[in-house]
Every structure is written in structure tokens, then in C-alpha cells.
Design a protein around this ligand. Sequence first.
Ligand code: M6R
Length: 617
Amino acid sequence: MCGIVGYIGHREAYPIVLKGLQRLEYRGYDSAGIVLYDDEKEEIKLTKTKGKVADLKAKLEDEINTAGTIGLGHTRWATHGVPNDVNSHPHFSNSGDLVIIHNGIIENYESLKKELIKRGYSFTSDTDTEVLINLIEDVKKKEDVKLGKAVQIALNQTVGAYAIAVFDKNKPNEIVVARLGSPLAIGVGEDEYFIASDASPFIEFTNNAIYLEDGEMAVVRRKKGVSVRQIKDDKLVDPYIQELQLNLEQIEKGGFEHFMLKEIYEQPSAITDTYRGRLLVDEGVIRMAGIDDNLERFTNAKRIIIVACGTSWHAGLVAEYIFEDLARIPVEVEYASEFRYRNPVITSEDVVIAISQSGETADTMAAIKLAKEKGAFVFGVCNVVGSSISRETHAGAYTHAGPEIGVASTKAFTTQITVLTLIALKLAKAKGTISKTDFHMHLSELETIPQKIEVALLSNDHIKEVADKYKEARNCLYLGRGYNFPVALEGALKLKEISYIHAEGYPAAEMKHGPIALIDEDMPVVVIATRKGHYEKVVSNIQEIKSRQGKIIGIVTEGDTSVRDLADYVIEVPDTIESLTPLLTTIPLQLLSYHIAVMLGKNVDQPRNLAKSVTVE
Ligand code: M6R
């Protein structure tokens, strides 16, 4: 959580840092701040405020002087200290010489703070970050060392996670950065450098970037380049400059009102990108290097354990059905946050699959480390290329969904399911648990999914009508069975997180064991009732709700009549094989939540209290 951005070079820093913060705002939006160094006046100027980057911009527009070719900016998701002006970053050291931006948590900040107070330091904020910058200042003075060395010594006294950028106004030609557990990229231009939590703030300036590894720091000098070293071992590292595949169009709204809507509509192309070069229907082959190179680990696995959080966990639940159904491998799906703390039984015969859009989720990362310690083979399914999780796992497959900026995951979910389906099919073929005909049928059907999603998206206007009808609901139930039970969970999560309406997902048959007591004429119940997958049973469940006056919104297969007769509204999706229905039934649920949230005037892309990547536990 939190986004950090910095610039040092020959351009005006302010517009670059401000735009960078707008692009990183998905990472946190409780408060924002910018510090600028005016080279001519040799002055440093800080502006920060509670609220969003737009509030910061409004505040800065009153400023006469936003000059300077060095700048640092921060957009916050509060951990230590409430979101207010004082707790906002950047933070100064007591002398006012050093300034820092920080994404992460310094866990031992209280003991460090006590020591610093004894040594005469005082603090204005409640943050761990203000402790860190004063620790750096204290080391710098005590040891009489340069800023880089002081940062290194100070970081070696901390416990926790960080991506930081530190600037000393007496040394205005360099910025010192470091990372452990939080991402940090350095954009490399001509005599200019960009620092950011991801590459989006600098994509129009350079395609070259250095991604610091965990435990590395760098001194970034305006004209003399970047020197990287390991924080603990003090070893110099040859920085690897990577060419980025990102383009500006991918990180802009492209005419859509919100990123979430754009990302919902991107799903046909995102899924095509996911299977491009992997799904070779004519040859009857699935090509995935990460699996091909480790095929025996998978086929010999006693079980697969899937670890993930939130929407990625829901994708894992869909995968449980498909792995067991097709490849006959037992699967357990775990919340990463629970798995890591409950002394799980893991052996070297287990394969652990970690699913994460961002590749930075702290709990998933910790679960991976634990599984590796216990000897399991760990495979990552990530979207963000080069992310921490993709580097920490033994092998993996990217989803290639492109940047997902809306906090509510949409295309990440469907592309994760696509990758997991490809893996399941590949393993089923290798293990001989699927017939040739069935295998081929799955491949051809998967290839048609993007087109079928296009068709599902045509219901948008109708879904808007349904949204208008139920936007005032206080509660909502989502029901599904089999492959569509996880979709019900995902539909409920989407509604809660962006509209703040209480919603629950249940397996349809579980209704009778308690939740049915909630049904009355004010309760909308979204039921996934596609023709393939326990259809008659679900229709019976709908009857039970109907008899109790519940309002029914059926997600049905094109041409369905039975549910139409019972439901208040139906939303159709094209027909497909059962295992692929989640890729279609998810679409109307995403659109329904989206429209309800828009109608309620909620901030769809940046829902309250949330952030896109949860880098704290
Ligand atoms: O980046 P990850 O996939 O690891 O993120 C996991 C969850 O934080 C994420 O899916 C979250 O639940 C989304 N906001 C849901 O829309």
C-alpha cells in the first residue's frame, strides 16, 4: 500500500511527480504530499494534505512556486497514525535537512523512537516513517557518513518492510532509495531518473527501468547514474536495466468513465492475450514453459495447495473444481493469511500455487516463503511482470492481463481462471485423465470465450435497469453451485467493496441450513443458474426463494425459459461447457456492482478503506 514517486533530472519535477501520484493513487488515497527542491533558490518546499491527490493539486495550485528539478511524492494508505495532514508523507528529520517518502511498515519503530527521544529527538506525527528519517539523521551525524551509508546503517537496525526514497537538501544531486518487501522501480532516462512504486509514472519518458531486488538500495545521481548495493552484505550489484512492455494507452481510461468499466470491457482481449502462444487448438497442444519444465513435479504431486487472498482466492476456488475434475489431483485452497499462521502440514511432494494479481500481497508472499521452507515446489500465477511473488516462486505463468488499476479486480480474475484452466488441462493430458476428444473440445471451447464475453457485455443496458431497481437494497445474496459457487462469492465481494451494500455468497444448497431465514420481499437474490451445472437443483432453490417472496435475478444461459418464469429479472450469457461458465457468469455480476456503485455516487475505482495491493499483513 502507498505509492511513492520521485524525480531527479533536468525537467520541472512538479508535473511529473503530480501525474505520477495520480497514476499510483490506486495504491492508497488517504492523504498525499509532495516535496520539491528549488535548485536556484536552494530551498526545499513541502505541501501535504489529508485526502486525495486532487486535494493536494488544489492546494498546490495556490502556490506561486512549484519550481525545482528534484521532487518526491507520496500517496498514502494509513497504517500508523490516522489519515491527517501531519501524518501525511513526506516527512522531515528534526534538522529539516533530510526528507523521506515510505511505503511499508517499520515494525520496531516504537523501540527506535524511545531511543531517539532519549537522544533529544522530537516527533510531530504518529508515523513509523518519521522515526526512520530521524534514525537516518542520527546515524549520519553520529557516524559522520554520507547519506547512502547512513540509510544503509539505519535500515540494518529496522525490522519490517519498506520502499523508501530519501533526499538531503545539502546534497541536492542525489536521491537514496531502498526496498524490502515493497516494490521500487527506477526509470532510467538521459541524465534523469524516475523513482516509483511501479513503472506507470514514467512510462512516457523512458522504457528502461531497474527493478530493485528485495534487500537492495541505490544512490541515484543526476548525472553520474545509479549505483546499487545489498543493504545487509554491502556488496555492489550490477544493475539490470529492463526494457518495459508497458504503454501509455494501457494505463489511461481510454474514453471509459472508470478504470473498472474499461477493465471489464478489456476481458475479451485480456483473455486472448492470456492464451496467445499457449493454446494451440489445431495442434492439440498447450504450451506453458513453467509447467513443461516442471511437469513431473506436478504430475507426481500428492496434492496441490492454492494460496491467495480476495478475488485471487476465488479464482483458486474455481481452479479447485477444474483440477480435481479434469486432472484428478486433490486440491486445497487456502487464504494465505490463515495458512501462514497455522503450522500447516506441507511436504516436498506438495505443489503450492500462489495466485496474485499484483504479485506484492504480503500474506501471499509470506505463505510462499513458508511453503518453500517446508520443501514444497511453489508456482506463481501473477499479473504484474517482475513483481516480488513472480520472483520468489520456483516457476510460474503470467496472466498477461495488462495493468489493472481499478481497486476491484475484474480482468485479473478471469485471466487467472484462464491460466489455471490451461494448467489443469495440460496436467490432465499428461496424466491421461482426460480423453482426447474431451481435451480437444475444452481447447476449442476456451478459444471461443473472448467472443462469448463480447456477447455477455451486450447486456450492459439491461443490467443497468436491474441495477436501478435494486440500488437501494441494504443486503444482497449471491447463490451458485459447483463451478459457479466461487463466482457467487466473487459477485458478492464486488458489490460490497464498491457499493458498500452488505452482500454474501453461498452455495445455493446451503440456503436451507440458515441463510434462507434472511429472505423476505426486500432481499434481492442473485442466482447463477446456467444450463450446464446442477440446473434442476438450482431451479428448485429458486422456487424456495420465490415462495418466501425473495426478489430473484437469474444469471441464465441464452434461451432459458424455466428460470425466466420464476425470476424478477434474468440476465443471459452464452452457452459453454460447465467448467468454463465462470468466465461468462462473472461478467454480468461485475457490471451489476459497477452500475449500482455509480448510481449510488460511490468512488468506483478507489473505494473507501481499500488499496489495490495489500503489502501489509
Ligand atoms: O494482488 P492480489 O491478487 O494478491 O490481491 C488480492 C486481493 O487483495 C484482491 O483480490 C482484492 O480482494 C480485490 N480488491 C478484490 O476486488
